[in-house]
Design a protein around this ligand. Structure first.
Ligand SMILES: [Zn+2]
Length: 323
């Protein structure tokens, strides 16, 4: 990211972001990976980031620290037409509180993607069933923060129910930013082996294991990868634009229908538009950007509230597994 990008005024951010999607002829942006948490929880998360805590391993100056209302207004001004809230439980007993708050958020911000989290605990099957019934649009689990195995036996029936419902589940299981015993692509592969119809969205494209994540998306029809913080100057940690192997770029191009825009707004150390520029400079073209920044997610979750994506009712054969 250039110095100038970091110094953008809010008006310049809006202008640059709007110019990006208007040039592509899109109605705006659809961002599957943003966070809104109850303010006391958000404050604790941000305190971790401010302290460059052990789960981060580096300085992480947060750019968007306004109130919930201010941040919703910011996304709207940027032209983000739909966005998630993705609460995540870091311990047992907290998912209900987080999910209640997220449900209230959905009532107040109708274009948001109704989000909920889950955790391996005795009540999980009941509250996931209730959430599906109520209309939760996207789920989130964070094994790096929550320190559990994705294939924990308590979650097995839950994955079965979610695969049946077809509701996307954003899974942060990658080693980045700091791996632990629970991270890495192996547990995602084991869960998909047992539940091949699960609409898993691999957060951060599974960084740093891009190839393994693209392999999962090639093998299982409903697997998606979100771009959250990937390809940015922050990705390598030294503030320089990263470069990628031709083989990776070729796969990103070939598997373009599996990639979804995600950003991690508000907890990002650069302007929102930097994620968009980072995708653009991969050089994969405007059709690729349109697929990633709008079309793929619109197909998955719907372009408008109340208009579910075309993919969810259209069940392929159980499993949806390719040869
Ligand atoms: Zn996130």
């Amino acid at each position: 990211m250039t110095e100038a990008a970091g110094d953008l005024s809010w008006d310049d951010e809006v202008a640059a972001t709007t110019a990006f999607w208007q040039r592509l002829g899109l109605p705006g942006l659809l961002d599957v990976h943003t966070h809104f948490l109850p303010p006391p929880v958000q404050a604790k998360v941000w305190a971790q980031f401010d302290a460059a805590g052990p789960k981060l391993g580096r300085e992480w100056p947060i750019r968007y620290r306004g109130s919930v209302e201010e941040r919703v207004a910011q996304l709207r001004e940027l032209g983000v037409r739909r966005f998630s809230t993705l609460p995540y439980a870091h311990r047992p007993g907290i998912a209900g509180y987080l999910n209640d708050w997220a449900a209230q958020f959905k009532r107040e911000v109708p274009e948001s993607l109704w989000s909920a989290t889950l955790y391996p605990e005795p009540e999980v099957a009941a509250y996931v069933a209730a959430g599906i019934e109520a209309g939760v649009e996207i789920w989130k689990v964070h094994v790096q923060v929550g320190e559990f195995h994705l294939d924990d036996p308590l979650l097995d029936p839950v994955w079965a129910v979610l695969a049946e419902a077809g509701t996307p589940v954003v899974v942060h299981a990658g080693h980045a930013p700091v791996g632990n015993d629970y991270t890495g692509p192996a547990s995602s592969a084991r869960v998909l082996e047992r539940h091949p119809g699960l609409a898993m969205v691999v957060a951060h494209m599974g960084a740093p294991d891009f190839t393994e994540s693209l392999d999962l998306a090639a093998r299982y029809e409903r697997v998606r990868l979100d771009t959250t913080m990937v390809f940015t100057d922050f990705d390598l940690g030294d503030g320089t634009p990263p470069t990628y192997a031709d083989a990776l770029l070729e796969r990103l191009d070939r598997q373009r229908d599996r990639i979804l825009l995600g950003t991690d707004f508000p907890t990002i150390p650069y302007p929102y538009v930097h994620q968009l520029e980072s995708l653009e400079r991969l050089g994969l073209g405007d059709d690729w950007l349109r697929a990633v920044c709008w079309d793929n997610a619109a197909a998955l979750v719907g372009a408008e509230p109340g208009t579910p994506g075309q993919e969810r009712p259209a069940q392929e054969q159980p499993g949806g597994r390719r040869g």
